[in-house]
Design a protein around this ligand. Structure first.
Ligand code: B1M
Length: 211
């Protein structure tokens, strides 16, 4: 019932209510993961389906996204509290032409939780910018997020830019986002694909340990 309340408040874009309801669940001892998946992500999933069916439009989705981010901010300290010794540096961003950042922000949080220093380049990041930031910050990993079938093709350009700059294989390239698959990862020559934020952070640790 309470998870439904979070999902409903998110769908209506009521950020204040989402924050209060998320806090209430945490105070009641519900885990951050459960609130994230059962409340916030479940609500956004419904918004996504309604968006696809033209039952809601960009402004409603944007307001729901703001409400989701407000809820995630409450969970942030809980999701990253396991942070241990510094593991390495990750440069993260959403690819060129793409403004979706909620999933990317979750990946960032989970990476921080594993002890990575994360340089967040934001959204609409050009391939050269990923590479320049990786060089500047001596990063171990570049993480690219894409939510659109029209922008996922930019990942191939990030791989090409990294190859042209000669920073691979020292710098690994990880990719993810709703339209991305393992096969797509192989086809663009990236080093790893992860379906969700938690497994992305685990994969990053594996890559560092294997290096
Ligand atoms: Co947009 N949008 N959107 N949107 N939007 C989608 C993606 C869409 C699937 C909706 C639909 O039709 N059902 C559709 C894409 C269709 C396609 O290409 N196949 C779509 C569209 C069409 C558009 C516009 C073109 C709409 C328009 O203008 N007509 C436009 C494009 C703007 C642009 O980017 N240039 C647009 C705009 C927007 C808003 C701005 C309104 C808003 C974004 C706000 C924001 O991000 N700040 C928005 C939203 C919110 C969505 C939906 C509803 C939700 C996305 C989301 O945040 N999900 C989305 C529908 C859907 O996905 N169900 C949709 C929650 C988030 C936690 O999940 O980002 O998938 P996700 O992240 C996951 C995994 O994918 C993974 O980890 C996370 C979970 O743990 N992951 C990674 C993500 N990145 C990773 C990187 C990694 C590893 C894992 O690196 C290693």
């Amino acid at each position: 019932m309470s998870m439904e309340a979070i999902s409903e408040a998110l769908q209506k874009g009521k950020a204040k209510d989402v924050k209060a309801l998320v806090q209430e669940q945490i105070d009641n001892g519900v885990s951050a993961k459960e609130v994230l998946e059962g409340g916030l992500m479940a609500g956004m999933d419904i918004v996504g389906r309604k968006f696809k069916a033209n039952e809601v439009y960009v402004p409603e989705v944007l307001i729901a996204a703001r409400a989701m981010s407000a809820g995630i901010e409450i969970l942030r300290p809980l999701l990253i509290r396991d942070a241990v010794d510094p593991k390495g540096t990750v440069v993260i961003g959403t690819v060129k032409g793409d403004l979706h950042d909620i999933g990317k922000n979750l990946v960032k949080m989970m990476m921080e939780g594993k002890g990575f220093n994360v340089i967040d380049l934001g959204t609409d990041v050009a391939p050269e910018k990923f590479v320049a930031a990786a060089q500047e910050h001596k990063a171990n990993i570049i993480c690219c997020s894409a939510l659109l079938t029209t922008t996922m093709t930019e990942m191939k350009n990030v791989v090409a830019a990294a190859d042209a700059a000669g920073i691979r294989p020292g710098v690994k390239i990880m990719i993810g986002g709703a339209p991305i698959t393992e096969e797509y990862c192989k086809s663009v020559g990236a080093d790893a694909y992860s379906p969700d934020a938690a497994s992305a952070a685990e994969k990053a640790v594996e890559l560092i340990e294997a290096a």
